[in-house]
Design a protein around this ligand. Structure first.
Ligand SMILES: [Cu+2]
Length: 69
């Protein structure tokens, strides 16, 4: 498992946190570690999953990008 940290734009309240959490929870091979306003941390089995994570967050209405480093 690899830990991926993401910056998430457009979140402003607890509703946003729950929306991102549930979008992530539906993805196979993804374990949600934490979601806060503006960021998320997940564990993935395969790094190729990162693009589907970004897509799922986008579908929920927020803009995500991986924080590298
Ligand atoms: Cu909100």
């Amino acid at each position: 498992m690899k830990e991926i940290a993401l910056k998430v734009e457009g979140m402003s309240c607890g509703h946003c946190v729950r929306a991102v959490e549930s979008a992530l929870a539906e993805l196979p091979g993804v374990t949600v570690e934490s979601v806060q306003i503006g960021s998320a941390k997940v564990l993935v089995e395969d790094r190729r999953t990162v693009s589907s994570i970004v897509d799922a967050i986008s579908d929920a209405g927020y803009a995500a990008e991986e924080l590298v480093g």
